[in-house]
Design a binder for this molecule. Structure first.
Ligand code: ATP
Ligand code: MG
Length: 189
């Protein structure tokens, strides 16, 4: 499951857990992006903070791990590179890329879209506020999956912290504490 994870929240975690259980996956690898190509530089927190929050949030689940492939690669992050690197690291694995309805709708605009579907099966999960559809995507490479509706976004979490509102129960407790300790999302220091 790729994402900016700025910060990781319970929408990500519920989606991952649900898909893991329903598809019987051995492992869910969370892959925080390095520099996401769709988002402006400066708008995104340093990769190391996003990576560590993802580690904190997933540490207690034996089926969840976190990969540094995107954080450690130079330049902008493209999912095709993520999948190439994971394939090289785990040549025998069947890869599934878990993505929310909003991101699924954009996939055809991603770099090397055709190759993406050769490298992994895509699992599009429901997300409140977005329609889930495989329209235009290769039907045999995309699975649509309903997951418990969590109307949470990282953008909303950041706005809440900035406004002094709580993010308790939207993100894991350890992530609330990490945000507070490092004074993330507070605006200019
Ligand atoms: P931002 O608001 O900064 O874009 P976000 O909440 O959309 O953050 P991302 O890191 O952009 O989180 O998302 C990573 C992946 O998780 C994407 O595929 C996205 O569609 C999916 N996702 C995010 N939030 C949810 C949610 N509440 N339910 C289902 N899927 C989600
Ligand atoms: Mg997003």
């Amino acid at each position: 499951m790729g994402g900016t994870f700025d910060p990781i929240h319970h929408g990500h975690l519920v989606a991952a857990s649900e898909v893991q259980a329903l598809l019987g996956l051995d492992e869910v690898v969370f892959v925080p992006t390095g520099r996401p190509w769709q988002k402006e530089t400066g708008e995104v927190s340093p990769a190391e903070h996003r990576y560590l929050m993802t580690v904190v949030a997933t540490a207690s689940n034996p089926r969840f791990t976190v990969s540094r492939v995107d954080v450690d690669r130079e330049g902008l992050t493209y999912t095709v590179d993520t999948l190439r690197d994971l394939t090289a690291q785990r040549p025998d694995a069947d890869l599934f890329f878990i993505t929310g309805a909003d991101a699924l709708a954009q996939i055809l605009s991603w770099k090397d879209a055709d190759e993406l579907f050769e490298l992994a099966q895509f699992v599009g999960v429901t997300r409140p506020g977005y329609a889930l559809s495989e329209l235009g995507l290769p039907a045999d490479r995309v699975i649509l999956q309903e997951v418990p509706a969590m109307a949470i976004s990282s953008t909303d979490c950041r706005d809440r912290v900035r406004a002094g509102q709580p993010v308790w129960y939207l993100v894991p407790d350890g992530v609330v504490q990490y945000i507070s300790k490092h004074r993330l999302y507070r605006g200019a220091p």
